[in-house]
Design a protein around this ligand. Structure first.
Ligand code: GDP
Length: 363
């Protein structure tokens, strides 16, 4: 899962991104990829892994991960080439969802680019840039499609769709808020329209408001705005996140508890991303490692095997599956087998969150 962090200058993006990189999953878990400076990788919190690692005597735990992309530089006029302009907008095309950081903290020492704290105005500023960028790209696409449609009548319905989306964008509407059928959305997907990406708003509040943001009027108006578009708001204090990230693992819980928090904001953000994108985790466990793998809800067994290795998907024979809860109740894999709770599933099996799996395949 790739999440892109956007927001106006001075809202707390770098503070949050720094927290992400210091909380960062261990580089040793990524032997095959170099981590770019604008990418932070964090673990998906999952208590099931430590339980499994004890049961299987695993040498290590490898959690599922989320990549955060720091997409700094979005300012008013970006779609017209201001700031880092279009190069930067193109980075947003690569991500699965947008994390839009919004300033909800008052602090006279920290200048706001537009002179005052106003989450809705800020959001509209950024979202307008995204709409304009989509519009520009769609205009080009429409001209090209019109040309092709002259010789190919079958393209006409698609051309109509493109025209409809263009009109809606001109009216300031984002693609994700447009009234489109699933099929229409599928047809548009290849274009990578920025306003089609799902979004999570992050309300960055002050240290005082983090455990109880009820009284914060900015958070309140942000939530009302987000509700209208069926979006989620995650309230965090970026400064606290930065502090938590620096702490040794065993001290984090206590520090958060003192602030009246059950979980770090980063963990809540990662969970929100999972929900938003319809993701689940399946698990593998053995002496080598206990590990979580991210898949889309609805994936079948061979697709899930393919996330481990493409050969596993190609050579898929069957999957040995036991639900995590059932396995824990039984106390061991042998007991679960004896109790008939370990199933052999074929290629049509739809994976469930928490399935503990061993794939059988031909190489
Ligand atoms: P960016 O331009 O969006 O990357 O913003 P920064 O992360 O650089 O933050 C801008 C300023 O706001 C810095 O001085 C931060 O220390 C401050 N800041 C960020 N988050 C918070 C917060 O939660 N509370 C307060 N009081 N200040 C914050």
């Amino acid at each position: 899962m790739k999440l892109g962090i956007v927001g106006l200058p001075n809202v707390g993006k770098s503070t949050l991104f720094n927290a992400i990189t210091s909380a960062g999953a261990e580089a040793s878990n990524y032997p095959f990829c170099t981590i770019e400076p604008n990418v932070g990788v964090v673990s998906v919190p999952d208590e099931r892994l430590s339980v499994l690692s004890k049961m299987f005597n695993s040498a290590k735990i490898t959690p599922a991960t989320v990549e955060f992309f720091d997409i700094a530089g979005l300012v008013r006029g970006a779609s017209k080439g201001e700031g880092l302009g279009n190069t930067f907008l193109s980075h947003i095309r690569e991500v699965n969802a947008i994390v839009h950081v919004v300033r909800c903290f008052e602090d006279d020492n920290i200048v706001h680019v537009d002179g005052s704290v106003d989450p809705i105005r800020d959001i509209e500023t950024i979202e307008l840039e995204l709409v304009l960028s989509d519009l520009e790209m769609l205009e080009r696409h429409k001209t090209k499609t019109e040309r092709n449609a002259r010789n190919d009548k079958s393209l006409r319905p698609y051309l109509e769709l493109v025209g409809k989306v263009k009109e809606n964008l001109e009216a300031g509407k984002m693609v994700r808020a447009m009234d489109l059928t699933d099929d229409e959305r599928k047809e548009l997907r290849g274009l990578g329209l920025l306003t089609d990406k799902p979004v999570i708003y992050v309300a960055n509040v002050s240290e005082d408001d983090v455990s109880d943001s009820e009284g914060n009027v900015h958070v309140k108006s942000l939530k009302e705005y987000a509700d209208r578009f069926d979006c989620e708001v995650v309230t965090i204090c970026a400064r606290i996140e930065a502090e938590v990230a620096e702490l040794p693992e065993e001290e984090k819980g206590e520090f958060l508890a003192e602030l009246g928090l059950a979980e770090s904001g980063l963990d809540r953000l990662v969970r929100a991303g999972y929900r938003l994108l319809g993701l689940i985790s399946f698990l593998t466990a053995g002496e080598k490692e206990s590990r979580a793998w991210t898949i889309k809800r609805g994936y079948r067994a061979p697709q899930a095997a393919g996330t481990i290795h493409t050969d596993f998907e190609r050579g898929f024979i069957k999957a040995q599956v036991v639900a995590y809860d059932a396995l824990i109740r039984c106390g061991s894999l042998a007991e679960a087998k004896a109790g008939g709770l370990v199933r052999m599933e074929g290629k049509d099996y739809v994976m469930q969150d928490g399935d503990v799996v061993e794939f059988r395949f031909n190489v």
